[in-house]
Design a protein around this ligand. Sequence first.
Ligand code: ZN
Length: 191
Amino acid sequence: MTQEEVLEIFKKSNALLEGHFLLTSGLHSDRYLQCALVLRHPEQALALGAALAAKLLALTEKPDFVIAPAIGGILVAHEVARAAGVPALFAERQDGALILRRGFEIRPGEKAWVVEDVVTTGGSTKETMNVVTKAGGVVLAAGSLIDRSGGLADPGVPLAALAVLNVPTFTAEKCPLCKAGSQAVKPGSRS
Ligand code: ZN
C-alpha cells in the first residue's frame, strides 16, 4: 500500500480533514487526523494492519506479540497482530502511567512490536516500549498508521509508518490561518 493509497482511505473516511482547526491541546492546525473514523470500517482496519505488519516484517523478525497504548492503538495492534499471527496486548493509563492490566503478561526475552494509530512526538510509543522492557521484553520495532512528526520522531528502534505527514501546529498568536482572517473550528463541529 503506497502513502497515497493510505491517505486516500483516510480522506474517504473523513479521517483526514483540511481546514483551520482548534485542537484539544489548544493549538491550531491546518489538518486534523482522527484514526477512529478509518478504523470504524473493519475491512479498512484489516487492510491497514496487514500493510503495517508487512512493513514491520521487512525491518525485523516476527515478534512474539504486538502491543499498543490504549485507546487509539488497540485496533491497530489487533489488526497488525492478526496479520503476524501473534497475540495483541495493550497498555493503559492508571494514575497517569501506562501499565499492563487485565492479566496481560510479558515474559523475559519476549519480542514485541509497539504500534500506534498516530505518532506525533513518539512519546506514547516510548512509554509503551518502557512497559515492555521493564517486564524484560525486547522491542524489535515501532510502527504507526501515520507518522505526523514529519519523520522527526525517534523511538530508538526502527520505525515504520504507512504514511508520513508534516503537520505543523501553531499557537493562536502565531497561527498563519488566523492572521489570514479565518476562524479556527473544533474538529467535528462543522459538517
Ligand atoms: Zn488559527
